[in-house]
Ligand binder design. Sequence first.
Ligand code: SIN
Length: 281
Amino acid sequence: MSIEIIPTGAPAGAEIRGVDLAQPLDDATFAAVENAYNAHGVIFFRDQNITPEQQVAFSRRFGEIEFNIFGERWSVPGAPEIVVVSNVTEDGRPIGIRRAGENWHSDMCYAPAPPRGTMLYALEIPDLHGLTVGDTEFASAAAAWDALPAPLRQRIDGRQAIFDFSSRKRAFPLTQAERDRYPPVRHPIVRTHAWTGRKCLYVMRDDCVGIEGVETEEAEALIAALADHIVKPAFIYRHQWQAGDLLMWDNCSVQHRAIQDYDMPLRRLMHRTTMGGAVPV
Ligand code: SIN
C-alpha cells in the first residue's frame, strides 16, 4: 500500500495512511512523512500497534530525544525516553502526568532550545456512552501570524518575550530542583519555521511574563491579545482520539491543549516522546 496524505481541511493537520510504524520506514517514505509534518504541523496515523522501542526509533528519525523534566517521575519502565501522560491512578498513585497540557501552550517553551516536536501514542481513550472525550486541540500559529494586521506585525516582529517555567499553574507542585532547572529565558515572539520559512506567533498566556522593550501594562495586554488570537476557532484542528493513534505536532507552527472533560473511572493513557529542537529564531 502506498502512502496517502489527507489534510484535515483545518489550517493544521493531516492524516497519513498506508504506513505501518511497527516497520522501519524507507528513506523515501520517511521523507514524505517529514514533508507532511512540516507542511501541516500535525500528522496522525490510525490503527498503529507499536512497542515503546518502535516509538523511540521513529521519534529519533526527527531528532534526538528530549528528556522531559517530568519523565524523571513518570517514564515507562525500561524506556526512559517515554513519558506516561494519564489520568489513571493505581493503588492511590498517579501512573503518569495528570492534566498534562490543559491550557494552550507550546511544549517546553521555557527551555533555551525548545523541542522540535512531540509525539503521542494513544493506548487507552475514554469513551462516554459512545462520545469521544479527551480530545486535543491544535491551533496554527502560522495561520494566526498570516491573519494579523500589518501594523501589529510591525509592532511585534523582532521582539523577544520572557518565558518563565515557574509561572504556569500545574495540577501538582514543582520541586525546587525542577524550578531551578529552568530559569527564565527569552525567545522571539515571532519565530521562523526552520523547514518551511513560515513565520509563526510564539506567545502563550501561562508562560510569557513580559516583552522586552515594552512597558509592563502594554506587554501584558499584547500577550493576552496575541495568545487569544492564536486560538481563534478559524485556526484550530480538534483531534478526536482512537486507541492506536500515533499523532505528532510541531512546536513552532502549532500550539495545543488537551481537553480535560473526563475523569476516572474513564481512562486515558498516552505514551509521549519529545524530539529535540534548536534555539528559536
Ligand atoms: C501534552 O500537552 O503533552 C498532552 C496533550 C494531550 O494529552 O492530549
